[in-house]
Design a protein around this ligand. Structure first.
Ligand SMILES: *Cc1c(COP(=O)(O)O)cnc(C)c1O
Length: 412
């Protein structure tokens, strides 16, 4: 039978030839024969990263030793990298800092939000959110007398639940499973009009599309750097605090890096001014070195071009797989779509494993979603065409039924 595509491979190659982002592919080191559709989970390795990490290891650490805290700017690194992420998420330089992990940063900003709204005790979150966000909300509310975390069954239910007990709302800008994009401006305005604070998780939108934290009026945000930002496995996360909150907001992980005078070694805690009070402890400098290299790649990139290509790639993939025996779960409207496509299939797990064996790397999210991430910096239209052809062949041949594809590893 073969793959009866709505567009030919040659037409995709023509799109690649006209792609203004095509040259960025050379900034990435991807194995031969792999079509990587999982950059929404772990971004690819930038070519310049090993050298940048080696510099920190061999020169800054190996030769300069402790002098690097001053001479290599280690101490300021969380601020400097935050300042470079700021334009990617629509923030000012002093509103973003790089530190810890997304979960830890959510703990800090959510605690600060509850303290800023002392008369209110409810935290609203989306019940379908990435679970760590829900677990952290449970953990934080457990520490505040009378506080509770309420899960919405959908973002639409928000309106009905926004009463004068709501201190904060935590939502993901893009849903990690379905790829649905929320209207940040409208939701933030609604939440703030109700007197609550809006915390955005931008893990699946930072580096995937233009994010406008400031112009949308967001109060706080958290995000990771190992997905679309390509910072490397476990690379440090970032957090955003709107300037208007920075002097009043107090977070409970009051470590010495957030102190006004860390090297005075005083017994009492006094938070420093600005975003620095959201720091806790020594930065993970090897992870930050890798992140710095990936931010060099981002430096000249126009996020509008990224968004245009992302929509074109996801449109293409949706058009190619629509005739297959799968359900497209990701919204078709551009305004509601992030940079991934989720397909429902009852045997999604073994189908994804069969694709991986063919070199097409996507992933699976229980119970039945196959997830494919589209990263405009290093993905071509021709690769998207090939990925759809492989999926068509895997489904048509039934090769996914082989016993080896059913075994699950610890990480799916
Ligand atoms: C990836 C992701 C996280 C990851 O949290 P870590 O603390 O880095 O493990 C959190 N929230 C969302 C929405 C994510 O997509």
């Amino acid at each position: 039978m073969g793959f009866r595509a709505v567009i030919t491979r040659a037409e995709c190659e023509a799109l690649d030839a006209a792609d203004p982002l095509a040259a960025l592919r050379e900034e990435f080191s991807l194995p031969e024969g792999v079509i990587y559709l999982d950059g929404n989970s772990l971004g690819a390795l930038p070519v310049r990263t090993p050298e940048r990490v080696r510099r920190t290891v061999e020169a800054e650490w190996g030769k300069e030793l402790i002098r690097s805290w001053n001479e290599a700017g280690w101490f300021e690194q969380p601020y400097r990298l935050g300042g470079r992420i700021a334009p990617l998420v629509g923030a000012s330089a002093g509103e973003v800092v790089v530190c810890d992990t997304t979960s830890v940063n959510l703990f800090k900003v959510l605690s600060a939000a509850l303290r800023l709204r002392p008369g209110r005790r409810t935290v609203l979150g989306d019940g379908a959110a990435f679970p760590t966000d829900l677990y952290i909300a449970e953990g934080v509310t457990g520490l505040f007398e009378g506080a509770r975390s309420v899960l919405l069954s959908s973002a639409e239910e928000l309106e009905a639940r926004l009463d004068d007990d709501v201190a904060a709302v935590v939502l993901s800008h893009v849903d990690y499973r379905t790829g649905e994009l929320l209207d940040m401006a409208a939701i933030t305005a609604r939440v703030r009009a109700a007197g609550a604070l809006m915390i955005w998780d931008v893990c699946h939108s930072a580096g995937a599309l233009p994010v406008e934290l400031n112009s949308c009026g967001a109060d706080f945000a958290v995000g990771c750097t190992y997905k679309y930002l390509n910072g490397g496995p476990g690379s440090p996360a970032f957090l955003y605090v709107a300037e208007r909150h920075q002097d009043a907001a107090v977070q409970p992980l009051s470590g010495w890096f957030g102190h006004a005078r860390p090297f005075a070694f005083e017994a009492g805690y006094e938070p420093t001014g600005g975003i620095g009070r959201f720091l806790t402890s020594s930065p993970s400098l090897l992870g930050q070195a890798a992140l710095e290299a990936s931010l060099d790649v981002w430096e000249p990139v126009d996020l509008r071009a990224v968004r245009a290509k992302s929509l074109a790639l996801t449109d293409l993939f949706i058009a190619l797989v629509e005739p297959l025996d799968v359900e497209v779960v990701t919204p078709r409207e551009h305004a509601r779509r992030g940079s991934q496509v989720a397909l429902r299939h009852p045997d999604g797990y073994p189908v994804v494993q069969a694709l991986i064996e063919r070199g097409v790397i996507g992933d699976f999210r229980a119970p039945d979603l196959m997830r494919f991430g589209f990263t405009p910096l290093y993905l071509s239209y021709a690769e998207v065409w090939e990925a759809a052809r492989h999926l068509a062949e895997v489904l048509e041949s039934g090769e996914w039924r082989a016993e080896r594809f059913g075994r699950r590893g610890a990480v799916t």
